[in-house]
Ligand binder design. Structure first.
Ligand code: 4AD
Ligand code: MG
Length: 461
């Protein structure tokens, strides 16, 4: 019977004395005269399977000619192990499926994360990256479970769009025009009316605007998909293509959505601790001392909540030397965010009520005329993990803000319609999935938590 290594370890006593076929990639081989120890991993779980190959196996020499990276199929009886593992396998046949020449990049000696990035097509075979990708999978499952249980509908917002949701101009153009010789208007400008969609189009930076439309019909929704930003940020926290989870909720205000964000992060952590204990233990040992304790603490404690104005005061009074100056009105830089969440609070922190000048057009304007009902959630080691807000639901105020920000009303006619026809207070946020994976695994570079990272000048795989 075919079995995954995971299924064997899930219920060892049920597997004892039965025969199974497993298939995977060789981690190592230790050979002696009478038998060999083959360590196999199939990616299904963190644990490797120890396989004992007896010298009386008919193809013993061939079977034990394998080395790290070989793909093999093994049949054998599962037995209780004398060692630390719950079980091992006594091979009755070993078949080589795929061999490995000497230039295999992932030899047994430990390899740096930088080196693995250059071999992204193979790196999921390592303990670290396979563990990351299993945690990533579980966080996606947790996301659906969390919002589904709340009665929010999973919707799909478009990837090709004509509008810049964040107004930050970080768009990747989508076009079928001939790049070398595009059609021109009388004025000599590129004639996008001849482009595929009849106007300029881009990859989405967020699904929020469309999610708002569905929240104002279905009540609570969430969209979860790839988003694209051409920001020139060569940092360990930015990708040009990342996955974002965006809930949007009708009749929710800023306080509601901030509480939802905190609860969601706690849910993700609890889920990972429950479903990936071996992986989290590995990250603790290999990458981040104290990880388990920190995660447990975050699950059971309330998130700190401060206003942007309070954050600025804390930073100004901190005595800390920052590269970027802190002044009311300028955006918090990563170093500021990290000071707040890592040094000052040493816990996740929700920052609310930012100056309107540094935030997007759609955020709900406060009566003070200076701030908007925005919130960011910052976590240690990562900085901003969630960005969200209550949305402006007053048509006139929204139109006025768009004029101030030079956003053409006619491009957003349908978005404005949502305020003309049965407008309702509503709020939402976006969580960067990769930032969540970083936070929960303790990995410090975003390029190591997505299988094939996209960043400036890099699209190899
Ligand atoms: O704060 P942001 O830009 O918010 C929005 O896009 C809103 N429209 C979301 C909403 O309200 N529905 O992005 C949200 C989150 C950030 O907090 C961060 O976790 C992640 O998306 N993010 C990135 N992750 C990786 N690489 C990048 N370049 C990212 N930019 C944002
Ligand atoms: Mg943000």
């Amino acid at each position: 019977m075919k079995a995954s290594i995971k299924s064997l370890f899930e219920n060892p006593s049920a597997a004892y004395d039965k025969s199974f076929q497993v298939a995977g990639w060789v981690k190592s081989l230790r050979k002696s005269k009478k038998f060999a120890f083959l360590v196999l991993n199939d990616g299904s779980c963190f644990q490797d399977l120890q396989i004992i190959v007896d010298a009386d196996l008919p193809n013993y020499e061939n079977a034990t000619s394998v080395s790290t990276g070989y793909c093999v199929k093994v049949e054998g009886k599962v037995v209780q192990s004398g060692g630390r593992q719950a079980l091992e396998m006594q091979a009755s046949s070993v078949e080589i499926v795929g061999t490995v020449p000497e230039d295999y990049p992932l030899q047994k000696k430990s390899t740096s994360l930088e080196f693995l990035r250059e071999n992204a097509h193979l790196r999921a075979r390592t303990n670290t990256l396979s563990a990351v990708f299993r945690v990533r999978h579980q966080l996606c499952m947790a996301t659906h479970d969390f919002f589904n249980k709340k009665g929010y509908y999973y919707i799909h917002t478009p990837i090709v769009t004509a509008s810049d949701c964040e107004g930050a101009g970080e768009l990747f153009r989508v076009s079928t025009l001939n790049a070398e010789n595009p059609p021109r208007t009388d004025k000599g400008e590129v004639n996008f009316s001849e482009d595929y969609f009849g106007k300029q189009t881009f990859l989405c930076v967020s699904g929020q605007l469309e999610a708002e439309s569905l929240a104002l019909s279905l009540g609570g929704v969430y969209t979860f998909g790839p988003t694209f930003r051409s920001e020139n940020s060569n940092t360990p926290r930015h990708l040009a293509e990342f996955w974002m989870v965006e809930p949007e909720v009708a009749f929710a205000d800023l306080e509601d959505i901030a509480a939802l964000g905190a609860e969601y992060i706690q849910y993700l952590i609890s889920w990972a601790l429950k479903h990936c204990p071996d992986e989290i233990a590995f990250f603790e040992k290999q990458y981040k001392e104290g990880l388990v304790e920190t995660l447990n603490h975050v699950v059971s404690s309330e998130f700190k909540k401060i206003t942007y104005t309070e954050a600025v005061e804390i930073l100004q009074n901190s005595g800390e030397k920052f590269e970027f100056p802190v002044a009311w009105g300028s955006d918090l830089q990563t170093e500021h965010e990290r000071f707040l969440t890592e040094k000052h609070f040493n816990s996740p922190v929700i920052v609310t009520d930012y100056p309107k000048e540094i935030k997007a057009f759609y955020m709900k304007q406060s009566d003070d005329g200076k701030t908007v009902r925005a919130m960011d959630i910052l976590v240690p080691g990562v900085g901003e993990i969630i960005g969200g807000s209550q949305r402006e639901d007053d048509l006139e105020k929204l139109k006025k803000r768009m004029q101030e920000m030079n956003l053409p009303e006619k491009e957003y006619w349908w978005y404005l319609d949502l305020r003309r026809f049965g407008s309702a207070p509503h709020s939402g946020f976006g969580l960067g999935l990769e930032r969540a994976v970083m936070y929960i695994t303790g990995m410090s570079n975003i390029r190591d938590v997505i299988p094939f990272p996209r960043f400036p000048k890099s699209v190899e795989f």
